[in-house]
Design a protein around this ligand. Structure first.
Ligand code: FES
Length: 169
């Protein structure tokens, strides 16, 4: 289970995270090429990517905060605001939409008790977001949990089982 975000009073990268980023830098021809895995390290550390995390990654990679922030804001797997313990990214691009993804997304919102525009459940357990194509267009609708587990051909029954599993931790 993902750790809770650090306190807002403690938004500094740990030495362990800095060492991980330094190691990542050695795996690429230039330090800046490590920006995406370095952002993952920072996101793991904070639970999301506050400005301080962007600044810290920029410093470690000798980049500007604007450069790092533009990468972080381009990709949906980086979280620029606090999330729940689990994040569901639900693809609603055209092939998934044609398979009923929009209606399934709305049913999932209802199931989670999310009001219009609300992304995270009141108990902070689950964040639900729209996502662009997740690369599984032959098994629609598709969603991704916590950036690492893809679920395909989602039915209402599968969504129920997934929500129960995530809520159980
Ligand atoms: S459109 Fe949904 S996975 Fe490609």
């Amino acid at each position: 289970m993902k750790m809770f975000a650090k306190s807002l009073n403690n938004l500094m990268l740990s030495n362990t995270a800095k060492e991980k980023i330094q190691t990542l830098k050695t795996k690429y021809p230039s330090a800046r090429s490590a920006v995406m895995p370095a952002l993952y390290v920072a996101q793991e550390e904070f639970g999301w990517l506050p400005k301080e995390a962007i600044d810290a990654v920029a410093k470690e990679l000798a980049m500007t905060p604007t450069e790092v922030g533009s990468v972080a804001s381009f990709y949906t797997m980086y979280h620029l605001k606090p999330t729940g313990q689990h994040v569901i990214e639900f693809c609603t691009d055209l092939p998934c939409a044609l398979a009923g993804a929009d209606a399934a997304f709305e049913r999932l919102c209802h199931k989670l008790g999310l009001e219009h525009g609300q992304e995270t459940t009141g108990d902070n357990a689950i964040t639900l977001r729209h996502a662009p194509c997740l690369g599984g267009c032959d098994k629609v609708p598709v969603l991704l949990v916590d950036n690492n587990a893809q679920y395909e051909a989602m039915t209402d029954e599968k969504l129920d089982a997934l929500v129960s599993k995530l809520r159980a931790g």
